[in-house]
Write a protein that binds this ligand. Structure first.
Ligand code: PLP
Length: 376
């Protein structure tokens, strides 16, 4: 293949990362304690308006966040069906059962009306879920006012899975700490990255302190190795926190770039009938972490799979939207409320290359392939 590969979403360093990494080497802070970690947690905390514990992954943050909410064996936890599997797996790690819920059309996120109805029924049966996982998908916030109202009525806490939503606003405010706990991800494909990493965020400092304790093997305060609780090795390294500090400095620029890419595709493909940018709900700022479109096969002349294959033939990586959890073999036994909206998003949704460093030339390559295939 002579043309360089265009990936779906690749890391994009800002330039200041290596300075912080070098500092860690020069001062020998090469473990899971150190000044970069402290500063990164402070800076993330300021960004989200809460406290932060930096962890090894977003999945670890989900795991400890659910544990902080008291989720355990036999509990139910509501979770959107349209999401990445890491939103749901930690529910199972804790021995609880996910109950999957469909999306609404405005943002493709958790349907507050379905949640409200389910909580009412569940309360009557005396089996309220222990928590509700709210995912902000592809960089767009869920309708937090409506979800919070539904959950507050029955005192069920919310965990915000904001792994795809750093930079995302709901009514002008960064998402993540509106619920009792939130999870962020700095995986290599996210809007900013520490190569791999995550964070638990909360306005409740006690939860964040407890999270750091669990994440470092739950060592009781004693010089001997004494343990009264189950812990994990989930802490972020001080070296990677240095990468995160550099990345945070360019987060706003990354948001502008990701949005510009989505709107570039939208405008350049405006005359391809049946190809549409995913909804941009009026309640927030959608970072368009991924540029997601829907394909109406009757009007475009081919389905999203044919577009993905045509792009692959030109060394361009595109993907379907997340495959809904209620259709996964892994969760064959889990209950689901609705599912038609999620199924439709999956059937028609395509994620186009969205790396923030893509050039106009790169975007033209993508646009040309889609035009060519749509016309056939
Ligand atoms: C990436 C992602 C996660 C997990 O984050 P990792 O850092 O990769 O463990 C969780 N939920 C969603 C919705 C994600 O996209």
């Amino acid at each position: 293949m002579t043309t360089p590969r265009i990936y779906l979403s690749a890391p994009h360093m800002g330039g200041e990362e290596l300075g912080f990494v070098n500092e860690a080497f020069e001062t020998n802070w090469l473990s899971s304690v150190g000044p970069n970690l402290d500063a990164f947690e402070r800076e993330i905390g300021e960004r989200v308006g809460g406290h932060c514990a930096a962890l090894a992954s977003g999945t670890a943050a989900m795991h400890l966040g659910l544990r902080a909410l008291g989720v355990g064996p036999g509990d139910d936890v509501l979770c959107p069906t349209l999401t990445f599997v890491a939103s749901a797996n930690p529910i199972v790690y804790l021995g609880a059962r996910p109950v999957f819920v469909d999306s609404e059309r405005e943002s493709w996120n958790l349907d507050a009306a379905l949640v409200a109805q389910h909580l009412e029924d569940a309360a009557k049966r005396g089996r309220l879920p222990k928590a509700v996982v709210v995912v902000h998908l592809f960089g767009q916030s869920a309708d937090l006012d409506a979800l919070e109202a539904a959950c507050a009525r029955f005192d069920v806490p919310i965990l915000e899975d904001a792994a795809e939503a750093l930079g995302t606003l709901y009514r002008g405010v960064q998402v993540g700490v509106r619920g009792r706990v939130g999870a962020l991800s700095f995986n290599g494909n996210k809007i900013i990255t520490t190569t791999g990493g995550g964070a638990l965020v909360s306005r409740d400092e006690a939860i964040v302190q407890k999270t750091r304790f669990w994440a470092t093997q739950a060592r009781d305060p004693s010089i001997a190795y004494e343990h009264s609780e189950l812990g994990y090795n989930y802490r972020m390294s001080n070296v990677l926190a240095g990468i995160g500090r550099g990345q945070l400095r360019v987060l706003d620029e990354r948001v502008r770039q990701r949005r510009a890419i989505a709107f570039h595709y939208r405008d350049a493909l405006a005359d391809v009938d049946g190809l549409e940018l995913m909804p941009q709900a009026d309640w927030g700022l959608h970072t368009n972490w991924l540029s997601v479109f829907t394909v109406d096969p009757d009007r475009v002349g081919c389905d999203r799979t044919a577009l993905i294959e045509a792009l692959a033939a030109e060394n361009i990586e595109a993907r379907p939207v997340w495959k809904p959890m209620h259709t996964q073999a892994l969760f064959a036994d889990a209950p689901v409320l609705g599912g038609e909206v999620a199924d439709d998003c999956f059937a028609r949704g395509i994620c186009l290359p969205s790396s923030s460093f893509l050039t106009d030339g790169d975007l033209s390559r993508v646009v040309d392939v889609i035009r060519e295939r749509a016309r056939r």
